[in-house]
Design a protein around this ligand. Structure first.
Ligand SMILES: [Zn+2]
Length: 286
């Protein structure tokens, strides 16, 4: 296990004030991660005939929640994808219930997430999977290229609910390598007209702030190999600043709430998180 995931989790707890419950949660996470390291990921591919949930019997030492969920659960090929999902979902729900008969009953009653994850819609960065957490532990908003536009009512609503209702104190913007939205923005900025004729389309309008970052930082002049990684990091830095600039955060800080905003980078190539150290803390708590 590389350090970023652990250090990110540690930072999360460290910056949260380290309450006993949170420290216990970290200890549990470390145990879970250590267990994940020691566990052989190899899992036999099940055949469709074996997918009857009544016959699905996960190995007792393995949790259906861990990062390795996708290797523990049935892998089905062929057939209609939506039908497969109903089959695998039923098996998953049964496996969870077998392990904790009250899990869904408790989950249905309330949620108590401690983190708001603002991430990319990319299918390769599913927050609960890469963090190895259970349903109910991370509040989420995802869109193309993990952006937080100051005029995006959807993102603003999520932020408001997270902070004012769920009382979440940690907001994390998570970029990732090989992001299609970042690549497209870089390409638009690199085009002969600098994106002037990129088209008035939803995706064109959505990517415009990223195109502007690429241009204002002169990233197109250093080429794709270096420019795209820099744009990825600069974007996370900008989104963190955008979140911190909202009236939601400003008002929360004025009331003395220790809400902080963080920027991470998920490396698709290794499955690990990197802390970009672009955090913004309440005034006076930097
Ligand atoms: Zn992406």
């Amino acid at each position: 296990m590389r350090e970023p995931l652990r250090s990110a989790a540690a930072n999360l707890v460290r910056s949260s004030g380290g309450s006993r419950a949170r420290v216990a949660r970290l200890a549990y996470s470390r145990h879970r991660l250590a267990h994940a390291e020691a566990t052989d990921n190899k899992s036999p591919t099940l055949q469709p005939a074996q997918l009857d949930p009544n016959h699905y019997n996960p190995r007792p030492h393995q949790s259906p929640f861990r990062t390795q969920t996708f290797t523990e659960m049935p892998t089905v090929t062929g057939g209609h994808v939506l039908q497969r999902f109903f089959t695998t979902n039923k098996a998953w729900a049964q496996a969870v219930t077998n392990k904790d008969p009250n899990f869904f009953k408790t989950l249905a009653e309330s949620q108590n997430p401690e983190v708001l994850w603002l991430g990319c819609a990319d299918s390769r960065v599913p927050e609960s999977v890469v963090l190895a957490v259970k349903p109910g532990e991370v509040f989420v908003h995802r869109n193309i290229a993990n952006q937080f536009h100051p005029d995006d009512d959807s993102a603003l609503s999520v932020l408001t609910y997270a902070i004012e209702v769920l009382k979440i104190d940690r907001v994390v913007v998570v970029g990732h390598t090989q992001c299609g939205g970042i690549k497209a923005s870089f390409d638009i900025a690199s085009s002969n007209d600098g994106g002037a004729n990129a088209g008035d389309t939803p995706i064109g309008r959505w990517l415009k702030p990223l195109v502007n970052i690429a241009k204002s930082h002169g990233l197109t002049s250093i080429g794709e190999e270096h420019g795209i990684p820099k744009l990825t990091v600069e974007s996370v830095r900008r989104q963190v600043a955008n979140v911190a600039s909202t009236s939601i955060l400003q008002n929360t800080w004025a009331k003395g709430r220790p809400v902080s905003v963080h920027g991470w980078l998920f490396h698709l190539e290794t499955g690990t998180l990197e802390d970009l150290h672009v955090d913004i803390y309440p005034p006076g708590n930097e």
